[in-house]
Design a protein around this ligand. Sequence first.
Ligand code: NAP
Length: 499
Amino acid sequence: MSTLLSSFDARTGHVLGQVAATAPDALDAICREAAASFGAWQASPGAQRAALLRALADALGAEREPLVALADRETALGAVRLNGELDRTTFQLRRFADIAERGVPFAVVDDPAVPGAPPAGHPSMQRWSVPLGPVAMFSASNFPFAFSVLGGDTASALAAGCPVVVKAHSAHLLLSRAVYSLVQRVLAEQGLPAGLVGMVQGGGKEVGVALVRHPAIAAGAFTGSTQGGAALAAEAAARPRPIPFYGELGSINPVIALPAELGAHGASLAATLAGSITLGCGQFCTNPGLIVLVDHAAAEGDTRAVNDAFVDQLAEALRPLEPHAMLTRTMRAAFDAGVAHWAEAGAEWRLHAEAPVDQPPRPVLAQVSADQFIAHPALREEVFGPGSLVVRAANLAQALQVLQAVGGSLTVTLWGAQQPTDEVRSLVRATMAFAGRVLFAGVPTGVAVTAAQQHGGPWPSSTRPESTSVGDAALARFLRPVCLQDAPQWLVGRGGRPL
Ligand code: NAP
């Protein structure tokens, strides 16, 4: 008998419906079907890949109203945010359609033969890219469209020539099923095999682990917690034939605010930061979870008063904000537990109001010294929700030690780097070594889908800091270089399109 999984209304906790967990034999069949569809899809021309991706975008757009309504019930993210996220998702699908149509997956480095003895002389060589094969794609809870069934990983993998097997997220099971049936309709309309995009469902660890272990799976793409991503990355590495595992994980996204900037614009920066901390109830991987203030900056001397004033402004800006319900009851409880750990490690509350566990959380702001922060690893863990921790560094050297203690992050924001002083130069050097994206203005929430985007940073924010899950470069994760030496003309004539 199959195990039933429940979908919950995120606001009320009521059961919305149930779906069957994928049984082991069904998972095996889905992975085999993905593998069977690989041969033809890897050889497909860019125009065919583009046609599929655009049809998927059109279908998603056409079913916007019921899909957003369902997503809203399962996630409580609200219609405005979810409509925006759906727009982003169709944009990503269309952008990867354009990328495939332009022939980016088939780019060739041509090295014509050079007569003579090596090392200067060499045979005719061409460097191609081949798709890896079926990708196991783990959806995130907090992006039910953009990092889910038809999210960025699916778009980039299909554009690269790879089939996809989606692991639906248990926090939006009904939405995943609805989007998946739309995918199946489009595949049938285009005469493509159903197995090109498969989907499995399962709570707990079994289904996800079985998917990563399946011999037909050639790569993993994961968006979720550091803990879950680390466990699955270890599974991928422990296979008899290890596979690449691209894990986009949790992050605490430090904001380093230099005193001169706070002195000049403290009130407006506090308001902007408060909005970013509470956006989407703080449930963003780019949520600014850490604010580093430097109490003795070389240029300005003792700046404690400026920093104190900023912390007060931030607390006041946060106080009236009312975050919406969290994605799941488990996450709601984890938020309370996370901020409780701050207090246990000696943090001083700057804003803290208890809210019942069946109600949305209240914004939280706490403060510690850099010494405390460095001494207590618990303070460096992501607290997923509308809270942020202020760290007071005695000087710039200590601010850098704070970054070193964190290790790595998706983003770091540096306010006040407009003049290239020695102090600013060393900070910029440190931030570039620390994060995938360095912002010199604004706040880290909001990840633009562009050619230059880098969404992925050093551990613990990602398992593969050299790759990105957002933006055009995400395509490269699912391609592998192959050099063809003295290839026959018929093969060269394919212009980089695999067989
Ligand atoms: P999650 O709990 O790690 O879940 C992600 C997926 O992995 C789910 O399908 C989950 O299964 C599965 N899973 C988790 N641990 C597993 C394990 N040990 N074995 C097998 N499968 C496992 O994360 P989440 O709740 O979706 O999202 C919240 C986290 O994602 C936050 O930390 C946030 O910062 C991060 N996030 C990162 C990014 C980024 O781009 N870096 C973007 C968005 C969110 P179930 O569905 O059955 O639980």
